[in-house]
Design a protein around this ligand. Structure first.
Ligand code: FAD
Ligand code: DHB
Length: 397
């Protein structure tokens, strides 16, 4: 087998890259470890920046998000059990975010890929990548018990945090920056109307962080900060609803509709960046290169901006016969990545209870929340980052 770009991983990064390259006439094959159903079953992100929505449109899959996504113009911050709206659209000259689940994004991209007759090899075992430091990279894997080989010009490592691509880079060639947070998020998905359909609610409470998000007008996604050692079995639905209510303001707690969970999971929180994002003919994109804590909903959106830079660079390479774009990919992507890392770390630090912030740290957190909701400049900074910094922000060029 031979293709121009071998894409490892059929998450949002890999599928979006495949679609954008296909639109530009560049051949690609995706190799995915899991089955298509498994990939579609993973419940993850839900808030899309305008850049991401625009990119889905560019990839030819913009119709359903436009019809079914819920546009948000504001967010709400809760602390001391009082709600404070932040007018995100007013503070950013008209920008919005859209609530539309990662599962739906994945489904739209998978459907478009199937309709275009493009190859995705699911359930591929023992994937390994070779010779990306030379001019003829190769991907090897096992499918239906058979050993297979895919020759290509480039490998795109879109295989998430635990993938094989970053792990295949020689140790001395990569620098990793990491911060692990001392708590997790317990997430619940339920077919109940969201308590807030017009804004995501972020709650700082003495019992820990709480978040009210949504997937549609009939499906809610809620989270509470929990000890990282906790197991899902310790959290009955009743215990979850009771805990979330206690972290919100009384009016919202009263109004919240509860029901049986259809998914419940605990996720660790981590900040992580690997530098650089290019090694010869291997490029990393999305979670393969970086992780943000979910506060601020940047993970999926960063994956989308990496893919935009990478697809532009590869299109330039094939159509204009210049390496300038691929040579600059890592620098450009990392500049935006670090801005989102900073924002996600900051919002995580502001909204959660930390074991070591009982005294001074706690007081500073309270002062910052007061400042944030009372200063237009501070609110605008939050809003500007929340809607997503532009792709060509200042020195990113
Ligand atoms: P992934 O979605 O991880 O896709 C990588 C793909 O590569 C997977 O399909 C995987 O099976 C495949 N793969 C892995 N190894 C191999 C291999 N060796 N060979 C072949 N294929 C391989 N972001 C938010 O913004 N908000 C959230 O609420 C949120 N919640 C999250 C909850 C969880 C539990 C996780 C893990 C992430 C969450 N994120 C969230 C982050 C967001 O979902 C990711 O940033 C996004 O999925 C990144 O897309 P990706 O395609 O780069 O990686
Ligand atoms: C989700 C939404 C958010 O705004 C966020 O910060 C984290 C997660 C979600 O819908 O999953």
């Amino acid at each position: 087998m031979r293709t121009q770009v071998a894409i490892i991983g059929a998450g949002p990064s890999g599928l979006l890259l495949g679609q954008l390259l296909h639109k530009a006439g560049i051949a690609n094959i995706i190799i995915e470890r899991q089955s298509a159903d498994y990939v579609l079953g993973r419940i993850r992100a839900g808030i899309l920046e305008q850049i991401t929505v625009d990119l889905l449109k560019e990839a030819g899959v913009g119709a359903r998000v436009a019809a079914e996504g819920t546009v948000h113009h504001s967010i709400e911050l809760v602390y001391r059990n009082t709600r404070h709206p932040i007018d995100v659209t007013g503070l950013t000259g008209g920008k919005v975010v859209t609530a539309y689940g990662q599962t739906e994004v994945t489904k739209d991209l998978m459907d478009a890929r199937a309709a275009a007759g493009l190859t995705t090899l699911y359930s591929a075992a023992d994937v390994s990548i070779h010779d990306f430091d030379g001019s003829s990279p190769v991907v090897r894997f096992r499918q239906d018990g058979e050993l297979k080989e895919l020759a290509c010009d480039f490998i795109a490592g879109c295989d998430g945090f635990h993938g094989v691509c970053r792990a295949s880079v020689p140790e001395g060639a990569i620098t990793e920056y990491e911060k692990v947070y001392p708590f997790g998020w317990l997430g619940v998905l339920a077919d109940v109307p969201p308590v807030s359909t017009h804004a995501i609610v972020y709650a700082n409470s003495e019992r820990g962080f709480g978040l009210c998000s949504m997937r549609s007008l009939t499906r809610s996604r809620y989270y509470v900060q929990c000890p990282i050692e906790d197991k899902v079995e310790q959290w009955s639905d009743d215990r979850f609803w009771d805990e979330l209510r206690r972290r919100l303001d009384p009016e919202m707690a009263e109004r919240m509709v509860t029901g049986p969970s259809i998914e419940k999971s605990i996720a660790p929180l981590r900040s992580f960046v690997a530098e650089p994002m290019r090694f010869g003919r291997l490029f990393l994109a999305g979670d393969a290169a970086h992780i943000v804590p979910p506060t601020g909903a940047k993970g999926l959106n960063l994956a989308a901006s990496d893919v935009k830079y990478l697809s532009n660079a590869l299109v330039e390479y094939y159509h204009e016969r210049t390496s300038a774009g691929i040579d600059d990919y890592s620098r450009k992507a990392l500049a935006r990545v670090w801005r989102a890392e900073r924002f996600s770390w900051w919002l995580t630090s502001l909204m959660h209870r930390f074991p070591d912030t009982q005294g001074f740290g706690q007081k500073v957190q309270e002062a910052e929340l007061e400042y944030l909701v009372n200063s237009e400049a501070a609110s605008r900074s939050l809003a500007e980052n929340y809607v997503g910094l532009p792709l060509d922000f200042a020195q990113i060029r």
